[in-house]
Design a protein around this ligand. Structure first.
Ligand code: FE
Length: 343
């Protein structure tokens, strides 16, 4: 009788194992793939995935899209999602995955060694891949950089009719304002948004590159841009972009707004071990050096220096804040932009 029970138990456990392994992607032993939902569409990322595949034999399946689309898709797919890692620019986007309960802890000894604590979520619910500075960019011919100081000073009367910005729908701007809510308070953030709107040379429009081109075309004197766009423009195949970027200067205000691009591990990841291996690889010195040399972003790995070009732009003195606040304050920032009629 006892034997029969034991036999049944063994049979049952074998059956369970068979069911588990029958499920696609049951674990590191059998799974040879990892699925990435990525809103980063850079060559340097694609090369990193190819190198990872060669190194590990683990196939990286990329599903590309804009961050809101990918977030929507993950939400819709729920527990059936294919996503193992979600990779995107901007804490505002990353936070939505966390807020929507779509993530789980992404942690390992190597990740903790590569990425400093400030560039990881409190419970490792997100990990930074790169840092990005949103700085003041100005017309080199017409603006003396000594006349520049802080983000707040751009609301002074002397800049009336001279500022260019992109729209309030830009998550980069939303995170910038969210950072002011975190560091200076809501009232300050509200006044700042209003002060910028009052000094605009034209209604907000276009992307970061378009602001640089508009400065070069004489439509305004000063704008706010993420630095890597200047790296991309200076190294562009399009001579017009190079020319425009050469006409502007970069100014790092005190407490420069620093955002990140980063990754989260899907709550329903079926290839968790592979996802962690890929996350470790993306934070490795090799890939981090490529991010800064080829994509002009600041490395998140504490052992990697910014590229030479980035160093020539100046020294980054970032805001001191909990980066998760950029996500937490996003809704409030959107509201303040609307109240300031920042289009
Ligand atoms: Fe960008």
């Amino acid at each position: 009788m006892k034997k029969t029970k034991l036999k049944l138990a063994i049979l049952a456990s074998v059956a369970i194992a068979a069911i588990l392994s029958g499920c696609a992607n049951s674990g590191p032993e059998t799974s040879k793939e990892v699925n990435v939902y990525s809103a980063r569409h850079y060559e340097v990322d694609k090369q990193a995935y190819i190198d990872f595949e060669e190194k590990t034999g683990i196939k990286v399946n990329i599903i590309e899209g804009k961050a809101p689309e990918l977030l929507e898709r993950m939400k819709r797919e729920g527990a059936d999602t294919q996503a193992d890692l979600f990779i995107t620019a901007d804490m505002g986007n990353i936070y939505q995955a966390i807020d929507g309960d779509m993530t789980q802890e992404l942690t390992s000894k190597i990740l903790n060694e590569n990425i400093p604590e400030k560039l990881r979520g409190e419970n490792n619910e997100w990990i930074a891949l790169t840092k990005r500075a949103r700085v003041i960019v100005y017309d080199k011919e017409k603006v003396n950089p000594n006349s520049l100081s802080t983000y707040a000073a751009l609301t002074d009367n002397e800049w009336k009719g001279k500022l260019l910005v992109r729209g309030a729908d830009s998550v980069y701007n939303q995170s910038l304002l969210a950072s002011f809510i975190a560091t200076e308070g809501e009232e300050y953030a509200k006044m700042w948004a209003q002060g910028i709107v009052d000094n605009l040379a034209r209604d907000p429009k276009g992307n970061d590159r378009d602001q640089v081109k508009a400065i070069a075309a004489g439509e305004g004197l000063v704008t706010l841009v993420n630095t890597y766009y200047l790296g991309q423009m200076l190294n562009s195949a399009d001579p017009e972009e190079v020319k425009a970027a050469q006409k502007v200067g970069i100014f790092f205000p005190e407490n420069t707004h620093v955002n990140i691009s980063g990754m989260v591990l899907s709550k329903y990841s079926a290839n968790k071990a592979n996802a962690i291996l890929l996350a470790e690889y993306l934070t490795s010195v090799k890939v981090q050096e490529a991010y800064t040399a080829q994509n002009y972003e600041y490395p998140a790995n504490k052992n990697v220096e910014p590229s030479e070009l980035l160093k020539t732009w100046g020294e980054l003195k970032p805001q001191d804040l909990d980066l998760s606040d950029l996500g937490r304050n996003n809704k409030k920032a959107v509201e303040l932009f609307a109240r300031a009629a920042w289009k």
